[in-house]
Design a protein around this ligand. Structure first.
Ligand SMILES: O=c1ccn([C@@H]2O[C@H](COP(=O)(O)OP(=O)(O)O[C@H]3O[C@H](CO)[C@@H](O)[C@H](O)[C@H]3O)[C@@H](O)[C@H]2O)c(=O)[nH]1
Ligand SMILES: [Mn+2]
Length: 685
């Protein structure tokens, strides 16, 4: 384009470079979508292969990780529902163990988990007897649609359902009253035995009334506050016996008849890792690394599935579905993780804040699935344990695998625990080879949960979940892909897992900020996709470049949005009328881009609304949030701590109306300042 004003050269250059950037990123985004792949698990084939005629099963062992921090920001009811859905899922009970990590170290969680384990004793057999779905009671009792009855006792169903619901209401009430009960009890105990000793006058007491809680106290005290308390480990439910044990027949104080169903419960463990001031505890990734070590010592399953505290199992076949891909004879052995999409319950009908993110989950990830596999998105993902230990995938292993291992593993890579290191070879084995809890000493378990354990090791770097980056998920997935592993995307009907989404715009924007800041940070770290070796598929590399550089677009987009300001300075700028050929080009290009968008949503089975929301939030992100993400990187490069992993609050609300009311509860967010400026400028111009 010609121009007459050499003073405005810089504007012209920004526009040319911007157009180039848009063109190139658009192309890079398209080429990663050229070979999308949908995978469907065949659970019936898995059953044919692994279920034995006597009711036993050859399914591999599985460790389930679930994380929570704060019983208020992450309501306990959700967390306990997740626990119940996991305990009731359709996987052989003796083959899986659940590790509940409580980063807050609070007694409320501990006792809440105890209550859940107690309630599970009737909830789980109930689910098995009547084959109910979903197996998280809160969603089950409030589900509008129910499938056909699939259980073994249709006549008893209505009665059992009614009784179970009453029991659940009682469970909920007890859960609700837990905080108050603990407070009352502690006050009473302190009055009785704390008076004489000054330092424990504020103690929080456990249910027996004679033991002080090791973790955080309601009234924080030295060694008993958030960020400073010893490690706690409690096996809440022991490893069950190998053979089915039928439940109790109906009686007066136990009206449900479980005499024909297996009443065993899977193993359940409570973990609160040690916290000490002066240590960076590395949030979720740090918590999961502790779970990884503790589970290695207790059950050491070759597969692991992880959940955020607010995500529950919605389809009880989901664990089996993931196993289908892990054991798949084609490329199962090279699969490091199987990622399920994140689905959410409490989003408003029009998905105002684009929480469902359908374009990402149902289009982008399927594109990746055709290359080396989807990225890890944080929750609802099954891992192969040895991959997390940074082993090579079989296809990249030299002929003599053992030797290769010895050379790859550097001294002190995994820390000092010999029991942990001894557990490693067995983890590669898909058969059970479990040291029973008795063989691992308490001291060793405690050692695995200390803050100092990871000092000077490769944990958080080449071992376990990666940290020191605002988001742990994409980068951990990247490390696995870089080592040559693949991943598989698994969407199923009904949804495998469901969770809760941020309740209001503020939380949602901070979430986007964390993701974009973390991605950009990854690009400038040693996990930059440009630095990966040849094991990373070329197209996968392109995809990771897209995934880590997208916030940069904000610069050009904001410039374009601010250009109309020119109209406000009459006489200062020479504005050329668009000529016809140019206008034609613009129209054709826009039409093509929109058309491709349409084809994409058609193929992925999405609606126009999903697409509109995606575009809309992209604009809100690029104007409001990504500039902050860029700032974050700038601060980090200057050695200042930028965005941190702020917990996303999910509030618990009663009725649907109340819940939606919160959507409009827009708090003033500095993040929206640029967006508002852009809007004002455009309107004025
Ligand atoms: O110190 C901490 C902080 C968080 N968490 C847990 O981490 C999970 C995720 O945190 P949340 O605040 O819910 O983040 P979201 O924005 O909801 O999470 C999305 O984005 C994260 C990456 O930024 C991913 O890890 C998540 O899986 C993904 O759901 C929750 O279960 C927390 O309990 C901890 O265990 N310890
Ligand atoms: Mn979440």
């Amino acid at each position: 384009m010609r121009h007459r004003d050499s003073d405005a050269m810089w504007l012209w250059w920004i526009s040319v470079v911007g157009d180039l950037w848009f063109g190139v990123t658009w192309l890079l985004n398209q080429i990663t979508k050229l070979r999308p792949r949908k995978c469907v698990p065949s659970i019936s084939v898995l059953r044919d292969h692994l279920d034995q005629p006597d009711g036993g099963s050859d399914l591999p062992l599985l460790d389930v990780f679930i994380n929570t921090v704060d019983p208020v920001d992450e309501p306990m009811l959700y967390t306990m529902n997740s626990i119940l859905s996991i305990l009731a899922t359709d996987y052989p009970v003796e083959k899986y163990a659940t590790y509940f990590s409580d980063d807050g170290g609070s007694l409320v969680h501990y006792e809440g988990l105890q209550l859940a384990a107690e309630f599970a004793a009737s909830w789980v057999p109930f689910c098995r007897k009547h084959c109910v779905e979903p197996r998280a009671p809160e969603s089950y009792f409030w589900a509008k649609m129910r499938g056909e009855y699939a259980g073994s006792a249709p006549k008893e169903f209505l009665d059992d359902h009614r009784r179970m619901r009453a029991a659940y209401e009682e469970f909920k009430a007890r859960l609700d009253g837990l905080s108050a009960a603990i407070e009352q009890r502690s006050e009473a105990c302190n009055r009785a035995n704390g008076k004489d000793k000054e330092e424990c006058a504020n103690a929080t007491w456990m249910a027996d009334g004679s033991t002080q809680w090791q973790g955080t106290w309601i009234k924080p005290a030295k060694g008993h506050r958030k960020g400073h308390h010893p490690a706690i480990l409690q096996v809440m439910l022991d490893q069950p016996s190998k053979d089915p044990e039928l439940g109790m027949a109906a009686s007066s104080d136990h009206p449900l008849d479980f005499s024909a169903v297996d009443a065993r419960l899977p193993m359940l463990v409570y973990i609160a890792r040690e916290k000490r001031p002066g240590y960076d505890h590395q949030k979720k990734a740090g918590a999961m690394n502790v779970q990884l070590r503790v589970s290695a010592l207790l059950s050491n399953a070759p597969f692991i599935i992880n959940f955020d505290g607010d995500h529950y199992v919605n389809n009880s076949q989901a664990f089996r579905a993931a196993i289908c891909f892990m054991l798949d004879p084609r490329d199962g052995a090279d699969t490091a993780f199987v990622q399920f999409p994140q689905r959410f319950d409490d989003v408003d009908p029009t998905d105002r804040y684009c929480n469902h993110n359908r374009m990402f989950f149902d289009a982008t990830l399927l594109g990746l699935n055709g290359i080396q596999g989807p990225s890890f998105v944080g929750t609802g993902c099954m891992f192969r344990r040895v991959a997390l230990y940074s082993a090579d995938p079989p296809r990249w292993r030299p002929d003599d695998a053992k030797e290769a291992k010895a050379s790859r593993y550097r001294p002190n890579m995994f820390g000092k625990s010999t029991s942990f290191i001894n557990s490693m070879p067995a983890a590669a084995n898909q058969e059970r080879s479990v040291p029973s809890p008795a063989t691992v000493g308490e001291a060793e378990l405690a050692d695995a949960m200390t803050c100092a354990y990871e000092d000077g090791t490769e944990w958080g770097n080449d071992v376990g979940w990666v940290y020191n980056i605002a988001t742990e998920d994409v980068v951990t997935g990247f490390r696995l892909h870089r080592t040559g592993w693949r991943s598989t995307y698994c969407a199923m009907e009904p949804d495998a897992f469901r969770g809760t989404a941020p309740i209001n715009l503020t939380e949602r924007l901070y979430q986007i900020l964390r993701w974009s800041g973390g991605s950009l940070e990854m690009f400038f770290s040693r996990f930059c996709p440009l630095l990966a070796g040849r094991r990373l598929h070329p197209m996968q590399r392109v995809a990771y470049i897209n995934m880590t550089t997208y916030p940069v677009s904000t610069f050009f987009i904001c410039m374009y949005y601010l250009y109309p300001v020119m109209w406000l300075f009459q006489g200062e700028f020479y504005i050329q009328r668009p000529f016809q050929t140019f206008a034609l080009f613009v129209v054709v290009i826009i039409a093509t881009v929109e058309l491709i968008g349409m084809v994409e949503i058609r193929w992925a089975g999405l609606t126009l609304l999903d697409w509109v929301r995606n575009e809309q939030f992209y604009i809100i992100g690029t104007t409001g949030v990504y500039p902050m993400a860029m700032l974050h990187i700038l601060l980090r490069s200057l050695g200042i701590k930028g965005v941190s992993f702020k917990l996303t609050a999910k509030k618990l609300t009663g009725g649907a109306r109340e819940r939606l009311a919160e959507l409009y509860d827009v708090q003033w967010v500095p993040l929206l300042v640029p967006t508002v400026v852009v809007m004002a400028v455009n309107v004025a111009a």
